[in-house]
Design a protein around this ligand. Sequence first.
Ligand code: ACO
Length: 325
Amino acid sequence: MGIISKLTGCGSYLPKNVVTNADLAKKVDTSEEWIFSRTGIKQRHHAAVGENTSDLALIAAERALLHAGVNGHDVDLIVVGTTTPDRTFPATAVRIQKNLGCDHGAAFDVQAVCSGFIYALSIVDSMLKAGQFKTALVIGADTLSRLLNWEDRTTCVLFGDGAGAVVVQAFEVDTNSFHDGGILSTHIHSDGSMEDLLYCDGGPSTTQTTGYITMSGKEVFRHAVTKLASVVTEALAANNLKDIDIDWLVPHQANKRIIDSTVKKLNMPKDKVVLTVHDHANTSAASIPLALDRAVHDGRIKRGDLLLMEAMGGGLTWGAALARW
Ligand code: ACO
């Protein structure tokens, strides 16, 4: 016998306030055409004043629980990937735990910026397989609009707010009999020597402010293309799989041009790629579960499909996960 962890439900939430490229062009020296042609982004959603990361995450989590047919009381682990916590401390995850009515288990945040969902999924996968917990919520939630410098047109057009969640459950299986494997493997990496390529110039122990996003766009682009290709190769090799075996690529939605390059390297047909960046821009840790939820609920992703999820973000951090839906 052994334990596998499976994705059993998903949910997401985007704030109601939609900001189009044309809206931005009214207050920033930019154009609809520049943003769309460089990034594939058409619009983003901004959280309302008083609407916090945990509020977005709570709705996504409730939808994921409903989809999985799981009661909030059954959840014994909540891990939230976020760069924009409600408070410096405690973790946003404990606020979600309280608001979901969960009264046991553990809840904590993971800070890996745009790779936050993959990092959180990797941690939860290990903890479930170790037998420590049975039913987990993995949430990616961010309100990056709160970290934007409206004087910096190279970054302020790229990001939006949102949340996505998945329920991950542990199942005992007979390892000698057929089972679909659930989450097959996760792979996470970081290289702190590249911290200055993408960071927020504030922090509790330095400026006592949250600061603004600062990015060397071209360099980040270059590293994204090479690191994502390398971690995808690593994930496939670890499972003796080939690119042709993947049913759906569910990438971090930062930039259509980065996704296109990964797809080209993977030799995948474009209709096997879930693309939502046009609709919500880069929502950091939320973007993979947002895209996953879209494709599951519109019927593209079906039970048993093999999913490849990948992301890169500030740190630099990057990672991938292979899972059967
Ligand atoms: N509107 C109009 N013009 C602009 C804007 C804007 N919003 N921003 C920059 N420009 C101008 C620049 O001033 C420059 O003008 P110049 O030639 O007169 O000096 C020109 O456009 C080209 O600027 P570049 O910075 O060279 O533009 P580039 O083609 O590299 O595109 C971009 C910038 C879109 C940020 C690109 O580098 C990129 O996609 N990088 C990846 C970054 C990313 O996605 N990060 C997300 C976080 S990490 C992750 O999630 C993977």
